[in-house]
Design a protein around this ligand. Structure first.
Ligand SMILES: [Zn+2]
Length: 246
């Protein structure tokens, strides 16, 4: 992973690698998953291989009990590492207060984040510009629901599709996020995301995924709960861990 732009005039990525009094920063392994969705759901599956995600959370304040629903997660943002006019942005402090994104007296030093309403646009823009997600973004998330949706979006950023078969597109990202929670379980167990929490999240995500398929009008897009089954997710995670050791 490349270091952030550290030129003195940069407004981006000023402190991401520093765990400090207000935030804890770690690296999550996000090895690419095999494609589970049928042919044609994605037009550029794995156009950029996901490797690692830099993840920051509020120091001492991770919420492992939060429920995962289809609602937008609170305080989940992708912080911009560098200037990228093609990515819609808002000030990071607006969406994740108390994590050190405020620039103090100098407004210009406040950090930027991907606008929370711009995730879909960013998925397209990163692909169109062949802009590697890890060079542009890192995740700030302080609850299990924010972390899950952050990982889900991280999968979107690496797998482009026309989004016409929405339920399948989303399911691929759901499985990716669940598998990455398993892959990083050692890091996560230290902050209360144990096997019970992961299983509870998996069940909540399964309900969200099933509801999406119920909204599909296409007869061919039927929900297959086994794709999100506990044993299936663990098996994928084992394969990913093994691939990392190669
Ligand atoms: Zn999604």
């Amino acid at each position: 992973m490349r270091p952030p732009d550290q030129s003195p005039t940069s407004l981006f990525g000023r402190s991401e690698y520093a765990s400090g009094p207000v935030r804890t920063v770690t690296q999550l392994a996000t090895p690419p998953l095999p494609r589970l969705a049928p042919d044609g759901v994605f037009d550029a599956f794995g156009w950029c291989a996901s490797g690692e995600l830099t993840w920051g959370r509020r120091a001492g304040g991770f919420d492992a009990a939060a429920e995962v629903t289809s609602a937008n997660p609170p305080e989940m943002i992708f912080v911009l590492r560098k200037d990228a006019p093609f990515l819609p942005r808002e000030r990071a402090k607006l969406h994740a207060p108390g994590m050190g994104f405020e620039g103090g007296e100098e407004e210009a030093k406040e950090e930027w984040a991907l606008a929370p309403w711009g995730i879909d646009d960013a998925t397209d823009a990163l692909f169109e510009h062949r802009a590697e997600p890890s060079e542009h973004l890192w995740l700030a998330a302080s609850s299990i629901t924010s972390l899950f949706w952050g990982l889900h979006d991280w999968a979107h950023f690496h797998n482009h599709g026309p989004f016409e078969r929405r339920a399948w597109t989303e399911l691929q990202c759901d499985v990716s996020a669940l598998a990455w929670l398993e892959v990083n379980r050692a890091v996560l167990e230290a902050i209360g995301v144990d096997e019970g929490v992961r299983e509870r999240v998996r069940r909540e995500v399964t309900r969200v995924a099933e509801a999406r398929f119920a909204e599909e009008t296409s007869e061919i897009d039927r929900f297959d709960a086994s794709l999100l089954g506990a044993e299936r997710v663990r098996a994928i995670a084992r394969e990913l861990r093994a691939s990392q050791m190669d």
